[in-house]
Design a protein around this ligand. Structure first.
Ligand SMILES: Cc1cc2nc3c(=O)[nH]c(=O)nc-3n(C[C@H](O)[C@H](O)[C@H](O)COP(=O)(O)OP(=O)(O)OC[C@H]3O[C@@H](n4cnc5c(N)ncnc54)[C@H](O)[C@@H]3O)c2cc1C
Length: 447
């Protein structure tokens, strides 16, 4: 075996990718710029450093999608999960990790592996040949970011995520909300009903603005810039600029007729747009926000129709480099214009330590299989790994693509099960049972 897999970035994704490929018998070089070149968030020169919280979130593999992803990664002999388990801290149902010993153990496991070497240097150009995975994460160095942008186009690489909250469709009260595009625009019935509208009276709008102004907000980290502001102001900043700004911006009530009360003219309207092909998730249009998570749920549940909203993810604005994967990557995670380069981790538009490591696991295996001349399908769609990779490489709306956590909204429904809150427990159990079976089948096909 003479071909080497090069991985740029030894974070969550790059470390897991290296481990998986090396265990399949492929020689791997990890190119990591730290500690020579630092980022504003990393503190050490270790591989797989956790930059902020020390939580891998829920470890419940029957009722929680991220817990299911833990399960799938453990079943695939994942290094990140093995070391997280080894350095687990007490945290109820969540998997909290002792961050320094965790990163040291991942680093030791990789540097001790006979098939792996680490080159501590920054890569600044896209490689012209060979087998590569780019896993440089949300804080990709600016030189490499510029090279990626040159290849993919300015619109296909973002340096910030300005995430509007995403809500499970089933939790929206359709006795209050209705489906309609502004001015009924669109050639098909589907297009004319592409948006979901939540109406507000004047009193509701005023109360909403008061709550927005009073809500707790997060601040930028050092090294993050506020240059994004021109393009996508957080709603609370719009409200600070004037109480009417939102009503003349994302909440303008024009071109819409309340389907439940056609004679009532709403004072303001909050619009939601479908966020995935399955139609299980909706994002709130123009509602990027830096409100703290607790404040966000309180304030957003003031919107009529969203009183019982369940959030697939909350909004945020962060320094985050990510590519428009739905247009740029094939389902093997290869860059369509340069298929010798794969992408993995947060730069593909997933969000979180676990999701990033999961995408590394998959990219590492797919790349190694290609080098070894083996056919390997991408992850099965009904597994958590598959739901995530299908979302970023095709299922997500490319025009509004923003980073995504794993969640059950990405899963195909299981036939014959009750919708709504009451049926949720059975439904999630059915998703996770089906996922485990399909994932084990996929792993078995490779052994
Ligand atoms: C400030 C901040 C806070 C966050 N907080 C959380 C949190 O609390 N919980 C959570 O789940 N997720 C959090 N995230 C997201 C988190 O970064 C990712 O989930 C995860 O670390 C991403 O994994 P990754 O492997 O894609 O990138 P990283 O883990 O960041 O790894 C990328 C690696 O690539 C290296 N690199 C970059 N450019 C180059 C280059 N040109 N050449 C060589 N090496 C390079 C970097 O040094 C880094 O080691 C946070 C992100 C940021 C920026």
């Amino acid at each position: 075996m003479s071909e080497t897999l090069h991985i740029i970035g030894g974070g969550m994704a790059g470390s897991e990718a290296a481990w998986q490929a090396a265990n399949m018998g492929v020689k791997v070089v990890i190119h990591e710029m730290r500690p020579k070149i630092e980022t504003f968030a990393h503190r050490t020169g270790h591989l797989a450093e956790m930059v902020c919280s020390n939580s891998f979130r829920s470890d419940d593999d029957e009722q929680n999608a991220v817990g299911l992803l833990h399960w799938e990664m453990r079943a695939a002999n994942g290094l990140i999960m093995a070391m997280a388990d080894k350095h687990r801290l007490p945290a109820g149902g969540a998997l909290a990790v002792d961050r320094d010993p965790f990163a040291e153990s991942v680093t030791a496991a990789l540097t001790d592996h006979t098939n792996i070497s680490v080159d501590y240097d920054e890569i600044t150009e896209l490689p012209s040949d060979g087998h590569w995975i780019i896993a440089t994460g949300p804080l990709t160095s600016s030189a490499l970011g510029a090279a990626i942008q040159k290849e993919t186009g300015a619109d296909a690489l973002a340096f910030f995520d300005a995430i509007a909250p995403i809500i499970y469709a089933e939790s929206i009260n359709m006795d209050v909300a209705w489906l309609q595009s502004r001015y009924d625009k669109g050639d098909t019935e589907e297009e004319r009903k592409a948006y979901l509208n939540c109406p507000m009276t004047e009193a509701q709008y005023e109360a909403f603005i008061d709550a927005l102004l009073a809500a707790d907000k997060t601040e930028f980290h050092d090294g993050e810039t506020a240059g994004y502001f021109d393009g996508c102001l957080p709603i609370e900043v719009m409200a600070e600029r004037g109480r009417e700004t939102l009503r003349f911006g994302p909440m303008k009530p024009v071109g819409l007729t309340n389907a439940h009360k056609p004679d009532d003219k709403p004072y303001a309207v909050v619009q939601l747009r479908r966020d995935n092909a399955l139609g299980t998730l909706y994002n709130i249009v123009g509602f990027q926000t830096k409100m703290k998570y607790g404040a966000q749920t309180d304030v957003l549940r003031m919107i009529p129709g969203l009183e019982d909203a369940s959030f697939a993810r909350l909004g945020g604005i962060h320094r985050n480099t990510f590519i428009n994967s739905p247009t740029l990557l094939d389902n093997q995670m290869r860059l369509k214009s340069k298929p010798h380069i794969r992408f993995a981790g947060q730069i593909t538009g997933v969000e979180g330590y676990v999701e990033s490591a999961a995408m590394g696991l998959l990219a590492g295996r797919l790349a190694a299989a290609e080098i070894l001349g083996q056919d390997m399908d991408t992850a099965p769609q009904n597994s958590a790994m598959g739901a995530l990779v299908h979302h970023i490489t095709g299922g997500a709306e490319a025009k509004t693509f923003q980073p995504m956590n794993v969640n059950f909204g990405l899963f195909h429904p299981v036939e014959g099960l009750k919708g709504g809150r009451r049926g949720r427990k059975d439904r999630y159990k059915a998703y996770t049972d089906r996922a485990k079976q399909d994932w084990q089948g996929w792993l078995a096909a490779q052994s």
